[in-house]
Design a protein around this ligand. Sequence first.
Ligand code: BGC
Length: 415
Amino acid sequence: MAGQFPSGFIWGTATAAHQVEGGNVGCDFWPLEMADNSIFAEPSGDACDHYHLYERDIALLKQLGFGAYRFSIEWARIQPEEKFFSQGALDHYRRVLGSCLEHGIVPIVTFHHFTSPLWFTRDGGWAEASSVDRFARYCERSARALGDLIAYICTINEANLPMMITRYSELARGKPFAMSRRVGEVAKSLGADPARFAPFLFSDANKTSPNFIAAHRKAVDAIKGTGAKAPVGITLATQDLHAESGGEALTAKLDRDINGQFLEAMRGDDFVGVQTYSRTRIGAHGPLPVPPDAEVTQMGYEFYPEGLEATIRNAAKVSGCPIIVTENGIGTEDDTRRIAYTERALQGVLRCLADGIDVRGYIHWSMLDNYEWTQGYRPKFGLIAVDRATQTRTPKPSAHWLGTVAKRNALTAGA
Ligand code: BGC
């Protein structure tokens, strides 16, 4: 299916600070990565050195045909201690934003993308009610310093992901969620109480989810209170859940816990960011393995680009908000599969638009091959390959293909 996108449709790529900047030593993931017997396959280290190479990367995006760049600012750099905000770090991000604007790239900025400052996590992190005020204070300071240059603000990235991880872990264990023992050991080695150590991704979402939602609500008000003009929203790991025979009741419950409660809490927001990679089939007792005949991505997910269309429709219906696809992509070494995946995902976006759903943009994950969290550097999500020994960037055919789609604002047969 070929088709034209509406004028003003946003075309971009995304990254997150910790996955590309390098040297994020003050955040809570750093000691978890460096620990002996770490749950991370390897440490993030220097990553893609995007902290220094941002200018080149942004220029390359423009050259390829993209109009927007979604990236995150790093709380641990901006507020390395509770009582200290770093003007130097804020100035750095002003330079990054300035570079976007100079190159005619619309900056979309996420304020929290999984990592938090170590001082915050050590002191109860997201499991404590104090997280709400602490996060809003950081957002307020950042919006005051940077807000005049930002086009769109995402408060928290995938605020529902810990809930998905928690529910799937409860189902697999058949008992209440327990934080990873290895994370607890790192907490102890840092002199922290493991019972009060709650990094975003590894936390018990029964405790942290209400705080994510309250922190988002308070951050929206704090950001708007600074006079920042940017639309503000959250991004969600929107799950396309398919009930298999016998799994209907469990699917409905999981959909409510993982998607519904978050989407409902965002009603009235300027937008919701939809982030979808695949689908999950649910049986009577929990998620089912990928069907034996299905193509599987490097993440072990089913190759299923149609998940995007389903989650856009659901997010628009339940939240009532305009939608921006803030992430969609595939971990693969075979770039031809990235193009095939993205083309099918975009056809789904066109069908949503044809049905009158207000979809404002498509941001591909990711600009660069980068640090895929616990899986290290093995999965390749980038439109642009990175040789981390030399920090050389090489755009893949998919980067040229999607850049051309962006320039034409259309999917054309054989584009
Ligand atoms: C996250 C990214 C991650 C991507 C691919 C999303 O869950 O926001 O940080 O790299 O998916 O797994």
